[in-house]
Design a protein around this ligand. Structure first.
Ligand SMILES: [Zn+2]
Length: 86
């Protein structure tokens, strides 16, 4: 007899993950229950900036592929692979 692909435990975990993700803000990725509260009584936030150098390398490679010009109509079909050097 074939083993079921999803166990009860798998189903429970994927349901819990779905519920968890449903509670996250699509804008900043943290809990909606924190960022949508009134400013006076809810959590306070501050922002710091850093740069994802992996994404930066990807953007640089994409720009180089277009020789600094605006991407052509087929640029969205390109498949890019990012790998860590060293
Ligand atoms: Zn948010």
């Amino acid at each position: 007899m074939r083993e079921p692909e999803w166990t009860e435990q798998d189903r429970a975990e994927i349901l819990a993950l779905g519920l968890y993700r449903a509670g996250l803000c699509p804008l900043h990725g943290g809990p909606l229950s924190e960022c949508t509260t009134p400013e006076e009584s809810g959590a306070q936030f501050e922002a710091d900036r850093s740069t994802c150098r992996a994404r930066l390398a990807l953007i640089e490679a994409q720009r180089a592929a277009d020789d600094g010009k605006a991407p052509g109509p087929y640029a969205g079909a390109r498949v890019w692979k990012l790998r860590k050097r060293g």
